[in-house]
Design a protein around this ligand. Structure first.
Ligand SMILES: [Mn+2]
Length: 303
């Protein structure tokens, strides 16, 4: 059984199903991890969401979904809707949307147009709240154990322990509720929003969130970095402006790439980085590590 990490789907349900079928044709026991942002922007957000609620994070473990910023934002939007209803300020999603300018990516309007019942909306809210924030796993690559952490946006250096396992204490939930930490940082927001990479020795961080289709060095393919891999090919942006935008999946066992649409050839820069990652020079030089630490500190605003 191999594990495939799928990039941001953004309502591109048809493309997603096509990609899954393509992969399953050659690997019937494939296991999929979706990096979040399955809704908004694209044509089939509700269809995609209903599919995810039926299929993801079930005991069989076939499909896993982690939280993206688009799912995260909807929690507060939907809760506002229900408090409006309770306070008698709105009687329907349509009414609520008429009064609110902050309908994130017209999600509320989409719910109203598709006549989604309040009961179902409550289930969406609960589903979003229960999504895992990260996924951590070890797989064997060429006989060696490789540690992976998968998040939607980025991973900060202070979110991992010395041994590079995810620092669970950075997440605080009270029951199903997300909470800001005592120091005011909301870790979940950082993980789903921030675009940052960290200097880890033995871990490959995989994320989505930043479409590669407008990066001339990547062009809608999976983007390989020194320390992380970006699987967001920007499928929903596929157009004349972004003809190479794609839906991508990365197989963890050998870093093999899978795409919904035939991708262009891999660029020299991207290939070089992928080769380096495959060689798995796990211990960066002292100089490299210092440079990365400095980068992370600057990023955190410590210097
Ligand atoms: Mn995102």
């Amino acid at each position: 059984m191999s594990t495939y990490v799928v990039g941001d789907i953004h309502g591109c349900y048809e493309e997603f199903i096509d990609l899954v079928e393509k992969i399953e044709k050659q690997d019937a026991s494939a296991h999929f991890i979706l990096v979040g942002d399955i809704i908004d922007r694209g044509p089939d957000s509700i269809k995609m969401l209903r599919w995810a609620m039926d299929s993801c994070n079930k005991p069989d473990g076939k499909f896993e979904l982690i939280l993206g910023n688009h799912e995260y934002e909807k929690i507060s939007l939907l809760e506002r809707y229900f408090s409006f209803c309770e306070d008698g300020l709105a009687n329907s999603m349509e009414e609520f949307c008429r009064q609110r300018q902050d309908d994130s990516y017209h999600f509320g309007r989409t719910l109203a147009e598709e006549h989604i019942s309040d009961e179902e909306i409550k289930q969406y809210c609960r589903f979003f709240r229960l999504l895992p924030i990260y996924k951590e796993l070890d797989v064997t690559i060429q006989g060696k154990r490789q540690h992976f952490i998968i998040v939607h946006g980025g991973l900060r250096i202070d979110f991992v322990n010395e041994d590079e396992t995810f620092k669970k204490s950075t997440l605080s939930r009270k029951g199903l509720l997300f909470e800001a930490r005592k120091d005011g940082h909301n870790t979940i927001e950082k993980i789903v929003w921030d675009r940052c990479s960290v200097a880890l020795r033995r871990t490959i961080v995989i994320h989505g969130h930043t479409p590669t289709c407008d990066d001339p060095n990547i062009e809608g393919r999976i983007g390989f970095g020194q320390k992380e891999v970006n699987v967001d090919g920007g499928c929903v942006f596929r157009s004349k402006a972004y003809p190479n935008a794609n839906l991508a999946a990365l197989r963890l066992e050998d870093l093999e790439e899978f795409y919904r649409y035939d991708p262009g050839p891999i660029t020299e820069v991207n290939k070089e980085k992928k080769d380096q990652l495959l060689k798995r020079k796990r211990r960066p030089s002292k100089k490299e590590r210092e440079a990365w630490m400095k980068e992370a500190e600057q990023w955190l605003g410590l210097v």
